[in-house]
Design a protein around this ligand. Structure first.
Ligand SMILES: [Fe+2]
Length: 354
């Protein structure tokens, strides 16, 4: 891996292990400027982690008491959803926020009123508005003031994202999904998608933020529905050195992106959010649709930067056409990395499920 610059002070054994880890991680990604930049950053991160948290790279013990998967393929994603799936139920407040956002006649006061009805949402919005993400000079102490300062669109998107993320709870039973990693991945993908949208001047960056936050809802549903199935997916991906969505495709006949699109569509969420989830692993959609394309890239970059769900040895493919369309440099993210990390940590702390 000649493109990785290393200094002589590195431990040669760990260096070798990190190089081979990164090589495998990117094994399905075509060579490009972006990939080279991400590989370099990934090597630095993986090497450091191998030194500081070597346990992260050891095989995890299998959770006790998980039955082997029965192996029955559902008859498509709709059939899967008809079985006993763990599907978060939509809180009333989410529907009301959507109604307000989608109604062109809605005012800032209407949005503040909906937010005010939910004390948890009020607390989160006020914490967000008072956080370092927005440097307002005065303390924001009411939803009305928060909406006025953040603006209708931004406040609406944050409210939508806050309530949605709270749907992804730590499950009570045996769980294969590490919910904290899932949250961080969702937030990272949302933040990076938003930054891409801003840099590429696509307009409406909040829409991309929410699209990124929601994109893996199908994965949450698959993994939380059955620990047996989740382990089977992870095992198959590991055994084949492939990514999770290909393992899902093989075992179920569909992947979490398609399932996520159906769930979000059934919830009557705005169309761009449906496409962002449904198309984030579908190169064809990613090529033609800005929401799918941006979230596809944001998802890849977030995992390459370490905001992954754990368990997958490869990052999968990145659609070159989707990246070319955006027309920004790979270094852009690396330069912005400290700021992006700060944003992810701040949002995570504010919205933490605990
Ligand atoms: Fe995904």
């Amino acid at each position: 891996m000649s493109e990785i610059e290393v200094t002589t002070t590195l431990n040669p054994e760990i260096k070798e292990a990190a190089i081979s880890y990164v090589k495998k991680l990117f094994s399905q990604s075509e060579d490009s400027k972006l990939i080279r930049v991400l590989k370099k950053e990934s090597f630095k991160r993986v090497y450091k982690k191998m030194v500081l948290e070597p346990d992260e790279f050891r095989p995890k013990p299998r959770p006790a008491g998980v039955e082997p998967w029965h192996g029955n393929k559902p008859d498509g994603p709709r059939d899967f959803l008809k079985s006993k799936v763990v599907l978060p139920s939509l809180p009333q407040v989410l529907l009301q926020i959507q109604q307000v956002i989608n109604d062109s006649g809605s005012s800032a006061n209407d949005l503040a009123e909906v937010i005010s009805k939910d004390p948890k949402l009020v607390a989160s919005i006020l914490r967000l508005a008072n956080s370092a993400l927005f440097s307002f000079r005065t303390e924001v102490d009411t939803p009305t003031r928060a909406v006025a300062l953040l603006g209708f669109k931004q406040a609406g998107s944050l409210a939508l994202a806050t309530v949605t993320l709270s749907l992804f709870k730590r499950s009570k039973g045996t769980s294969v999904l590490e919910v904290e990693k899932f949250w961080k991945h969702s937030i990272a993908c949302g933040v990076i998608a938003q930054e891409i949208a801003k840099a590429a001047d696509l307009g409406d960056p909040e829409r991309f933020f929410v699209g990124g936050m929601l994109h893996d809802i199908g994965l949450y549903v698959i993994f939380e529905t059955s620990a047996s199935l989740a382990l089977e997916i992870l095992d198959l991906a590991k055994q084949k050195g492939d990514c999770l969505y290909n393992a899902e495709q093989e075992l179920l006949g569909f992947n979490h992106a398609i399932l996520g699109g159906i769930i979000i569509k059934d919830w009557n969420f705005p169309h761009p959010l449906v496409v962002a989830a449904a198309g984030h692993h579908n190169p064809e959609k990613a090529r033609n649709d800005p929401d799918a394309g941006v979230v596809h890239i944001a998802d890849f970059i977030s995992r390459a930067l370490g905001y992954d769900l754990g368990g997958a040895a490869v990052l999968g493919k990145i659609e070159p056409a989707a990246w070319d369309k955006i027309g920004i440099s790979g270094n852009f993210f690396i330069e912005k990395l400290p700021e992006i990390q700060d944003m992810i940590d701040t949002i995570f702390e504010i919205l933490n499920p605990e």
